[in-house]
Design a protein around this ligand. Structure first.
Ligand code: ZN
Ligand code: FE
Length: 253
């Protein structure tokens, strides 16, 4: 039982992921930010694609579905909202399971960035592909959902074991870190921010992250602790989250 994850940069700041169940050789890609890049990576690895797993309908996640499907014959699994821009072979929702050879993924409902957003979690492999819900030191913008919905989604992800490796879909970490430092001066955050700035200066990715690291330093997960800093003292957790999200939307740094 083992899963190999191949991560590569594409478009301006997206990450693409190819995952292979080593026992069976079955291979999937998580989202299709850029068909050409995915097909190139498959070719250089010598992998044959069986499955496309979509997290949400946005073009930088499902826009390459048709071309990747045409070139590989892969089946497409995703939330119903993907049919806004592509076809699905199987519609899944929170609580469903997706099998890739011997590797089992649980679908976690993670709406908020889009209404139907989902994440894919393998408890055995301790990996989660979270699309645009949870970012390293950040979270997705609320294009469709409410703060309450997004807070509930983030809590579902934060409840995964601390040693879960989290693959997010964008390299936004340096700008997320600048915002985080504006609302939080916790030493763990300051240390992490320094490491993030240094890694980016060396041109290194800051993805993946882990649930434990995000729980300790991500200002969105720490919203209840930061409530006073963002003018939400005494309010409920999701209201504190809404205030952190609003502050980030206004932040220019
Ligand atoms: Zn998106
Ligand atoms: Fe995106």
């Amino acid at each position: 039982m083992s899963l190999t994850v191949h991560q590569f940069a594409c478009l301006s700041d997206n990450y693409g992921f190819l995952v292979r169940d080593e026992a069976s050789g079955y291979t999937a890609c998580i989202d299709t930010p850029e068909a050409g890049a995915i097909l190139r990576e498959l070719k250089s690895l010598g992998w044959k694609l069986d499955l496309i797993l979509n997290t949400h309908w946005h073009p930088d996640h499902a826009g390459g579905n048709a071309d990747v499907q045409a070139a590989t014959g892969a089946r497409v699994v995703g939330p119903a909202e993907v049919t806004r821009i592509a076809t699905l072979d199987r519609e899944v929702r929170g609580g469903d399971q997706v099998q890739l050879g011997d590797t089992r993924f649980e679908v976690i409902e993670s709406g908020g960035h889009t209404l139907g957003h989902i994440a894919f979690h393998s408890p055995e492999e301790k990996v989660a592909f979270v699309g645009d819900t949870l970012f390293a030191l950040g979270c997705g913008r609320l294009f469709e959902g409410t703060p309450e919905q997004m807070w509930a989604s983030l809590q579902r992800l934060a409840a995964l074991p601390d040693d879960t490796t989290v693959y997010c879909a964008h390299e936004y970490t340096a700008s997320n870190a600048r915002f985080a430092l504006s609302v939080d001066d916790d030493p763990a955050l300051r240390a992490r921010a320094e490491a993030v700035f240094a890694a980016r200066e060396r041109g290194e990715p800051t993805v993946p992250t882990t649930i434990g690291l995000e729980r300790a330093t991500n200002p969105f997960l720490r919203a209840p602790v930061l409530a006073e800093r963002v003018g939400a003292a005494g309010q409920s957790d999701h209201q504190a989250f809404a205030a952190v999200r609003a502050a980030k939307d206004m932040f220019r740094g």
